[in-house]
Write a protein that binds this ligand. Structure first.
Ligand code: SF4
Length: 143
């Protein structure tokens, strides 16, 4: 059974910034097909739960109160990549729109709900290291 890294919040773990999960019902269909390895990059980066929401602004990640949390986001991405290498994982399913996990489209840094093209910090790092990243909305594309 091949291993897939997955955003922990999609499995129902309450690791989101607001202390909630965003369990995605279709994920349960994958349990019989893959070995799912849950990961939350923001927690791995040392951020608490709940936490103030953050958005990417250029190369930085900034909390809504202005705190620069780029270092924590980068650390979480590096720890996630380390896990992927440790378990020889080539595929990840990451939560869409997140400043860590989003792929293709993320919040635009205004904290007003707008979106822009781009990737979360962790999704970026994984893809740059040859790991295929899918959002929960792309499960039909999984090998
Ligand atoms: Fe979910 Fe990723 Fe945010 Fe953690 S960092 S709560 S796994 S979207």
């Amino acid at each position: 059974m091949s291993k897939i890294l997955i955003s922990a919040c999609l499995l129902g773990m309450c690791c989101r910034y607001d202390g909630k999960s965003c369990e995605y019902q279709k994920i349960s269909e994958l349990v019989d097909r893959y070995e799912l390895i849950p990961v939350c990059p923001e927690q791995l980066g040392g951020l608490p739960t709940p936490r103030t929401p953050s958005e990417r602004i250029g190369d930085k990640v900034i909390m809504k109160d202005g705190t620069d949390v780029t270092r924590q986001y980068n650390r979480g991405a590096e720890e996630t990549l380390r896990l992927a290498k440790l378990f020889d994982i080539r595929t990840a399913i990451l939560k869409s729109k997140s400043p860590s996990c989003g792929k293709g489209l993320i919040h635009d840094g205004t904290f007003e709900g707008g979106m822009t093209e781009g990737n979360g910090v962790t999704a970026d790092l994984l893809m740059r290291n040859g790991i295929k990243v899918y959002t929960e909305e792309e499960l039909d594309l999984l090998p």
